[in-house]
Design a binder for this molecule. Sequence first.
Ligand code: NOJ
Length: 503
Amino acid sequence: MDFRLVIIFFIALTTSRADDFSSIYSDDVSNKYFPENFLFGYASAAYQYEGAWDEDGKGPSVWDWDAHNTNWFPVGQNGDIGPDGYHKTDEDVGILKAQGVQAYRFSIAWSRVLPTGLIDNINQKGLDYYKDLIAKLKANNIEPLVTMHHWDIPRVLEEQGGFLNTSLIVPAFVDYATLLFKTYGNDVKYWATFNEPKQTCAGGYEWGGISPQNLHPGFGAYLCSYNLLKAHAKAYRVYDEQFRASQNGFISMVIDTPWIEPATDSALDAEAAERNLQFFYGWWANPIVNGDYPEIMKERVRERSLREGYNRSRLPSFTDEEKQELKGSYDYLTINMYTSNLATYINDVDNAVNFANDISVLLTQPADWEQTAADWFRVYPPGARRVINWIRDRFGDEKGIIVTENGYTDFGNNLQDLDTRGRYHMNYLSNINDAIHVDGVNVTGYMAWSFINDVEWYAGWIVNLGHYYVDFDSPARTRTPKESAAYYRKIATTKCLVDSCVN
Ligand code: NOJ
């Protein structure tokens, strides 16, 4: 055989291997192109990504406080340094560019730009860091999508009650948001005021799991949400009044829920599934779309509160003026979605006073759904299509729906993840594609979580979601692509999940 032919054959074999994803394809994967202007991107968050927790004038956030005062993180695995993104803007923008994504969602650490949380103390170096990041993203044609609060309020604000202190948190957040519009608004088109407020409020102030874990069952989640929603609406109106005309951006809030479907055909389980979705997603979407909490939430919390002996609902109500301010305070809808649950109705009489019992639904996951590393997380791809349809049916899709997070958890350093993480993205995206092409839902973007392994909150880096492995033992925090990175690059650059697509 001609020696040159052998070499050509060898080159063809090795190059095609790297780009050959066919081992995970299956017949039911959509071969339709995603819409031409669909945004494929990555998402991340300041505490999980930046490190540099006390550098260049940054103040501590509630997570920094936890890292230094509790044993809630695995030893040595916190955001003090984390993946060290603060020092790696060039390298990481380079990765995003190489991945071919059109958007990058990241968050600003409130206490990096306002170390005490308040506007009278601006940290210029903190502002400069994000200015530089945004400029580099734009120079590489990557659209920034900026989250203002991803669970990390300045610790000093928390010491005064944080999200439970109406007269502190609402104006402080509005000042902070105004500063961000002023500083970055000419370059940032997509804003999100809060990330996963359900976690901030239920995890932070009701049932735990999210800093600051200042828990007041039955009251904490609701008071937090009342303040957070007011802060969101006011920030939105500031944008309307002072910045929209010149900056033309889009503002929303990043809302999460698992898909929830009835465990059986019974009417009660169907009622339970809908109720749970309303308590998780409608809790936030209904106020920003329609101006108030979902009816079912108001009814149930009030009815249970009276039964418990309180003379009014534990869910604080909005004034008419506040409802007006809230109504329509969004320019696109969002969904952070990872997993699904089955809902079973449970009798709610005489159980303890708390948010979970206000919902009174038993959530389970069938054993035949693949279990991932995080205990709450089993894989159910059809849930992606169904939750998107549910959002469209309840809240409309005229302004577009962006999947602001979706990703897969595994343990440790697994570079061979095409079969797991790669397949996960493919199957979830295939369902999202069906939601677009078969069901006609206006889904406009998808942000994978995340481009590199990071600090998965109190799970440190035991549980990972990145498309790049990070060597947390080396001072260089070296990034190495996993198989999933190659597959996601193919998706982001071709807008097609398989080898060839049709329109
Ligand atoms: C949603 C959160 O926004 C993000 O911070 C977290 O890492 C992912 N869920 C995965 O748990």
